[in-house]
Design a protein. Structure first.
Length: 225
């Protein structure tokens, strides 16, 4: 492709200002003439800072969502049997350490009220978690349930699942049932009252342990007692 005469004359004039006529002609012939000129396309306008931040935030959320596993559905949990105790684990001795942990937990919650009782102790026990508590069914609408004794392995909303010393898991409904719990005092306490006993009225205790933590219980007259 031939050079434009006007551009050629302008180029040679610029070269002649810095070089001799012979050098200018040589440089033009060797380095400029018949050399293609590659033009860079116009750059796009700079992006808006808000759009950049928004896209970065969306990308970060997308990565976090991909890394975070989805919670299991209730159907999936039931299928996996996450809330069921395997048969080889249905042994009373397996849950005895859990009962010792619960005793330390309930003694810490009650404090001095472990020996005095009263409304303060009742309020604390109403909001406590009973996983690991050793309970006994003292009264029930179903006479066959009376006398069931063991450690609570599941404190559900409507039932207590209790494992007995015979290695049997009993599902005892809270409705119409009175549970008795004994909390022995620590060995180093010199006091005649070394056993704190209280009863749980299942009809008034039909809440999950997690829900009882923030629930305020009020005293009511119970005509069925």
């Amino acid at each position: 492709m031939a050079s434009n005469p006007s551009s050629q004359s302008v180029t040679q004039e610029l070269l002649s200002r810095a070089h001799s006529p012979d050098s200018a002609n040589r440089i033009y012939a060797e380095k400029i003439q018949r050399r293609p000129l590659f033009l860079k396309p116009s750059s796009p306008p700079p992006p808006d800072a808000r759009d950049v931040r928004r896209k970065a935030r969306q990308a970060k959320q997308k990565r976090a969502k991909a890394l975070k596993p989805k919670p299991l559905s209730a159907r999936r949990r039931r299928k996996l049997g996450l809330h069921e105790i395997p048969r080889h684990g249905q042994k009373y001795t397996v849950f005895e350490p859990l009962n010792k942990l619960w005793l330390g937990y309930i003694r810490e919650i009650l404090g001095n009220e472990l020996y005095t009782g009263g409304q303060g102790a009742a309020a604390k026990l109403s909001a406590a978690d009973f996983h690991g508590a050793e309970v006994e069914v003292s009264r029930s609408n179903c006479p066959s349930r009376v006398g069931i004794h063991g450690i609570v392995v599941k404190d559900a909303r409507f039932v207590f699942e209790i494992i007995t010393k015979q290695g049997q898991v009993k599902v005892v409904p809270k409705e119409g049932t009175l549970f008795r719990v004994n909390v022995p005092a620590e060995k180093d306490v010199a006091d005649d009252r070394k056993l704190f006993t209280f009863d749980i009225h299942g009809d008034q205790f039909q809440h999950r342990s997690a829900d009882r933590t923030n629930k305020k219980f009020k005293g009511h007259y119970l005509k069925n007692l």
